[in-house]
Design a protein around this ligand. Structure first.
Ligand code: RB5
Length: 151
């Protein structure tokens, strides 16, 4: 199950992605926002990230105007590897090498066709599982253990 959320800057692209998920019968939960009224990307990004980190959702998609703010927020949650992608190659690498569990997109940066290609790549590409990549991810986990304390 996918968790998806956006601020107002990503609202229109979120709707396009949700239409795609529904057409493919991919289960998702929409964490908002539900209109073009301004909201804080930090709130939505953290809600999606917490939902993914809890294990209730396998992966997430977060969208703001640039994808920058919402990916920064999501990456503050331990266990989250949010990748801001602007092309399909980045999405493939984000999964194969980084085992990203959240895809971040910029609704004001990329067009809808490209965004859907990126989403498809993110959803369908597995982590390579290679030990060199896992070792690097493990080093990031150690950083989380050192600097992040539980609420
Ligand atoms: C909102 O105007 C905009 O700042 C936000 O969507 C995002 O681009 C922030 O990184």
């Amino acid at each position: 199950m996918l968790a998806i959320g956006s601020d107002h800057g990503g609202f229109e692209l979120k709707n396009i992605i949700i239409n795609y998920l529904e057409s493919e019968k991919i289960c998702y939960k929409d964490f908002g926002t539900c209109s073009l009224a301004a909201v804080d990307y930090s709130d939505i990004g953290l809600d999606v990230a917490k939902a993914v980190a809890s294990g209730e959702f396998q992966a997430g998609i977060v969208i703001c105007g640039t994808g920058i703010g919402i990916s920064i927020a999501a990456n503050k949650v331990p266990g989250i590897r949010a990748a801001l992608c602007t092309n399909s190659f980045m999405a493939r690498m984000a999964k194969e090498h980084n085992n990203a569990n959240i895809l971040a997109l910029g609704g004001r940066v990329i067009g809808s066709e490209l965004a859907l290609e990126i989403v498809k790549t993110f959803i369908h590409t597995p982590f390579s599982g290679e030990s060199r990549h896992q070792a690097r991810i493990d080093k990031i986990k150690k950083v989380e253990e050192t600097y992040f304390t539980k609420e």
